[in-house]
Design a binder for this molecule. Structure first.
Ligand code: GRF
Length: 198
């Protein structure tokens, strides 16, 4: 059974989707640890309620990013983690941790990448005026929201959408896409050809 670590910075609804999928036996994996950079991340409480061990690596302002992520990488190695899931983790990983876990870290982003990477993806989509957006689960490389794509779900934009209504509908799709992508990533049923996950 695949051993997962999930990194969260906030609400943790995507973490919850994974917890639920594991409980409902829709996802054959074990969430071994939930890690956060913030002591007050609600995702940590969700983990505790589900009986999952949590660990906080507080982000020190002015600290070294490489050292920070090396500590996390060492912790993940100790736990023999198969797959690391960034679920609303608000920090860009440093190259050392990415290199230590090649194609073993995935991230979820609320747009159809490569459109609208970075912060406020839903607002970016509304402001641009696209008719469709959605969510993407991708492998993490050294860039921001830039690695090979595992799963995408499309969400049509309605004329009366606000950032909040759109974010909510995208989130519903995220909660389907993430367990699906984790399941896929944990198999050896895929290969990466160029940028394509096949
Ligand atoms: C999601 O929209 C995710 O795509 C983005 O951050 C948000 C996290 O939400 N990376 P939650 O903490 O999982 O509820």
């Amino acid at each position: 059974m695949g051993r997962l670590a999930v990194l969260v910075s906030g609400r943790g609804s995507n973490l919850q989707a994974l917890i639920d999928a594991v409980h409902q036996k829709k996802l054959n994996a074990s969430i071994v640890s939930v890690i956060s950079d913030r002591t007050n991340a609600y995702g940590l409480q969700r983990a505790q309620i589900a009986g999952i061990p949590t660990k906080v690596f507080p982000w020190l302002k002015g600290g070294c990013r490489e050292d920070y992520f090396q500590q996390i990488a060492d912790y993940l190695e100790d736990l023999q983690i198969d797959l690391v899931v960034l679920a609303g983790f608000m920090r860009v990983l440093s190259p050392n941790i990415v290199a230590q876990f090649p194609n073993r870290i995935i991230n979820i982003h609320p747009s159809l990448l490569p459109a609208f990477p970075g912060l406020n993806a839903q607002r970016q989509a509304l402001e641009y005026g696209v008719k469709f957006t959605g969510c993407t689960v991708h492998f993490v490389d050294e860039g921001v929201d830039s690695g090979p794509i595992l799963v995408q779900k499309v969400v049509p934009i309605q004329p009366d959408d606000t950032e909040e209504t759109l974010a909510k509908r995208i989130l519903d799709e995220e909660h389907i896409a993430l367990p699906e992508a984790v399941e896929l990533a944990l198999t050896d049923n895929w290969r990466i050809q160029g940028r394509r996950v096949i």
